[in-house]
Write a protein that binds this ligand. Structure first.
Ligand SMILES: [Zn+2]
Length: 275
């Protein structure tokens, strides 16, 4: 019986590590602990920042961070610090590494028309972090045995470097349809909670879908008017907004301030390639 007394707490501890809270308090099967997730994200961020050109404008960096932290303050995951960074590149893209490292390309910022549209993309990316979507796919790509090494390994271990490499390799991969659906849905919930009008999400979807119609793969989330999935996502967003009626009259679009910020963006940025 003595043995059992030791084993049960161990199993319980492992089980607790697996049950991480996602959007809306849902649980998800991630065995890699938050500390290691943040270490993987930090490793990926170091690589991203060494290879991409970070926009040299503190006003833009702090503006994106301000919008980002507004969304973070109403999201379902606050056990990590979130970092929002603008990359100077014509790519129409944004992505989130694990552990709360979120990146926006100036190419995407230029296509947005208001702070609410920007907030829609921010909230979508934050939702991927809340739901640990990138951790789940890193874990799947590494395999359970290696992931368990991360559970018990230290932060300087070789297996951590492997996870960083796997994560970087997956940055350009698309998420599953159900992951996107989840990020879209919580994204709209979060932006509204943060005080933005959900019309911003519709504007963002429609703008990007129109851009992606030419077959470009670099557009954020590969949204393209020609993809049946894109139409489904727009329809889902519209249905969600209908359920939210009546909306508070205090929700903002933030067009004027965004237009001022647009003027600060460098003209004709060049990118360092795809992600
Ligand atoms: Zn997404």
């Amino acid at each position: 019986m003595k043995k059992l007394a030791v084993v049960i707490p161990l199993i319980a501890a492992l089980f607790l590590a697996c049950v991480a809270t996602g959007p809306g308090g849902k649980t998800s099967l991630v065995i890699i602990p938050t500390g290691q997730e943040v270490a993987i994200g930090a490793g990926m961020a170091q690589e991203v920042e060494a290879t991409e050109k970070i926009l040299n404008d503190p006003v833009w960096q702090s503006y994106l961070n301000e919008v980002g932290q507004k969304i973070v303050s109403v999201c379902d995951r606050k056990d990590i610090d979130y970092h929002f960074t603008v990359i100077e590149s014509d790519q129409v893209n944004a992505f989130a590494a694990p552990g709360g490292y979120v990146y926006f390309y100036t190419g995407l910022l230029k296509e947005m028309h208001s702070e609410a549209e920007l907030a829609a993309v921010v909230a979508h990316e934050v939702s991927h972090v809340v739901a640990r979507h990138s951790m789940k796919r890193i874990q799947a790509a590494m395999g359970v045995a290696m992931a368990y090494e991360l559970v018990f390994g230290d932060s300087s271990s070789q297996v951590l470097q492997t996870a960083v490499g796997v994560g970087l390799g997956l940055l350009s991969a698309t998420y599953s349809r159900s992951n996107e659906r989840e990020a879209d849905s919580y994204g709209i919930t979060y932006m509204v909670r943060a005080g933005y009008h959900p019309d911003g999400a519709m504007g963002m979807f429609e703008t990007l879908a129109a851009l992606g119609g030419a077959g470009s793969t670099s557009v954020f989330e590969q949204l393209a008017s020609t993809h049946p999935e894109t139409q489904e996502r727009i329809n889902n967003a519209r249905a969600q907004m209908a359920e939210m009626q009546p909306l508070s009259s205090s929700l903002t679009i933030g067009r004027e301030r965004y237009e001022q910020m647009l003027k600060r963006l460098p003209v004709g940025s060049t990118g360092s390639g795809g992600r």
